[in-house]
Write a protein that binds this ligand. Structure first.
Ligand code: NAD
Length: 494
């Protein structure tokens, strides 16, 4: 197979893209010659085929990353040099921001504008943030061991890291994972989702151009149960960082337990609640709640899919929500009017529609609902269910589509109990003009991130991760550095 393809974007522009595996700074075919198709979710058409990594390719990629770790990267290169290369990569992404956004929109379906000004802008900032950390890793000097013993600690890179990422934010997840790994001196074997491999591979061209030594970052597109599983169970991988479903997260932990007990960090699913109290600015709360439930067509781990509203303002909130949904436009990613694009795949389209049907069957009121049309592409319009009950599937399970369940509460205690009635604990929001209530309620919700009078905004400087079954470990901020370092204590008998 060839290791590149020329595609024509909806803008009419042609683009040469890599389609091979990226191992040792070269694009190569898969060892077994296998490929898989990647599909444009707006048109259901095949874009091109991409090399499919199997266990043999994963072995090659891991060996390459191990070589780099012990020779040209890891503790062999100064933090300032790692910072220089990461910053160079960020500069190249900035140079190519529009092209990357169009490729992301083509492979994933999201609006070009959101990919460019949201995902990619944040990714560039994320890389720069971690470049800033690369020469600031320190340890401690421990003086309580006495005057004749010298005891200090070192924060050392953990080694070869497998990074398995999903399709909902392909470039951003790439940056969230590679930033702290490369900054701390780890080497990376990246497995993008088989549903969106193209921008991950295009970024590898920039890794080459930036001048990273061979093997510091390898990229092996492939199917989860094949290439992903081989990476998760590889005995020479020191850590897996994963974002995706809770079910796959469980398999990755099992693979670690059965192989070499590699360190695992997991960013998994959610069923994030929003609590709207009667003192809230209802216009703003409804706007944020709608954005929280429909951003990226609801394909977001922090999707605010459950909203509970205090009874006294429940009807008013719903009527404001109705007006706002009418202004919302699900459409093609290349249409500048689109607020969000299609769902990623036929499987996701069928799954979300099955959840909508289950909500109707279980007796929730489809307050806002336009039944599906024969339109081409995996488009689903926002659905708002009212009068939901806690035991309904649409209230308990992660849907990963633009489906919002709205329920009511009387008291603050009841609102907190409803928010916490979930196996997940990723995000949550509180809308209230009572500052004391905002702080009280945010401390009582079991979630890794709680937004107050807003939704979904993240910063590269602040930790992100889940309570309960939403995950293990933290991404972003200085907290992510600990996920990629091992602390060594050195005791010297002076
Ligand atoms: P997934 O968890 O199966 O896929 C995510 C990544 O894991 C992909 O790169 C995939 O190839 C890989 N993978 C799959 N099986 C693997 C295995 N056995 N070993 C190693 N890697 C493996 O998610 P999906 O099938 O694409 O989507 C299913 C559901 O997962 C969605 O409907 C949604 O509910 C949830 N999801 C959550 C997130 C999130 O950000 N939390 C992202 C994507 C999907």
């Amino acid at each position: 197979m060839t290791t590149s393809a020329t595609i024509t974007l909806p803008t009419g522009q042609t683009l040469k893209i890599p389609t091979g595996l990226f191992i040792d700074n070269k694009f190569v075919p898969a060892a077994k010659g296998g490929t898989f198709d990647t599909i444009n979710p707006s048109t259901e058409e095949v874009i091109c085929c991409v090399a499919e990594a199997t266990a043999e390719d994963i072995d090659l990629a891991v060996s390459s990353s191990r070589r780099a770790f012990t020779t040209t990267w890891g503790q062999n290169v100064l933090g300032t040099e790692r910072a220089r290369l990461i910053n160079k990569l960020a500069d190249l992404m900035e140079r190519d921001q529009q092209m990357l956004a169009e490729l992301e929109a083509y492979d994933n379906g999201k609006p070009v504008r959101i990919a460019r000004d949201g995902d990619i802008a944040d990714s560039i900032a994320c890389l720069r943030y971690y470049a800033g950390w690369a020469d600031k890793l320190t340890g401690q000097t421990i003086s309580s061991t006495g005057p004749t013993k010298f005891n200090f600690t070192r924060e050392e890179p953990i080694g070869v890291c497998g990074q398995i990422i999903p399709w909902n934010y392909p470039i951003m997840m790439w940056a969230w994972k590679t930033g702290p790994a490369l900054a701390t001196g780890c080497t990376v074997v990246m497995k993008p989702s088989e549903l969106t491999p193209l921008t991950a591979l295009k970024l590898c061209e920039l890794v080459q151009e930036a001048g990273f030594p061979a093997g510091v970052l390898n990229c092996v597109p492939g199917l989860g149960p094949v290439g992903g599983a081989a990476l998760a169970s590889h005995p020479d991988v020191n850590k897996i960082a994963f974002t995706g479903s809770t079910e796959t997260g469980r398999k990755i932990m099992e693979a670690s337990a059965k192989s070499n007990l590699k360190k695992v960090s997991l960013e998994l699913g959610g069923k994030s609640p929003s609590l709207v109290f009667e003192s809230a600015d209802l216009e703003k709360a409804a706007a944020w709640a709608l954005m929280g439930a429909t951003y990226n067509s609801g394909q977001d781990c922090t999707c605010g899919s459950r909203v509970y509203v205090q009874s006294s303002v429940y009807d008013k909130f719903l009527s404001i929500m109705k007006v706002k949904v009418e202004e919302y436009h699900i459409g093609d990613g290349f249409d500048s009017k689109s607020s969000a694009g299609p769902l990623i795949s036929k499987a996701q389209f069928d799954k979300v529609n099955a959840y909508i049907q289950s909500g109707i069957d279980e007796g929730a009121t489809p307050f806002i609902y336009s039944p599906k049309t024969e339109r081409r592409g995996y488009f689903v319009e926002p659905v708002v269910f009212s009068d939901v009950k806690s035991d309904m599937k649409i209230v308990q399970e992660e849907i990963f589509g633009p489906v919002l369940s709205v329920g009511r509460f009387e008291t603050e205690a009841e609102a907190i109990a409803l928010a916490n009635d979930s196996k997940y604990g990723l995000g949550a929001a509180v809308y209230s003009s009572d500052g004391g209530q905002c702080i009280r309620v945010s401390s009582s919700i079991a979630a890794g991130t709680v937004w107050i009078n807003q939704y979904g905004l993240l910063s590269n400087q602040a930790p992100f991760g889940g309570y309960k079954m939403s995950g293990i470990g933290r991404e972003l901020g200085s907290y992510a550095l600990a996920e990629y370092t091992a602390v060594k204590s050195v005791l010297w008998n002076v």
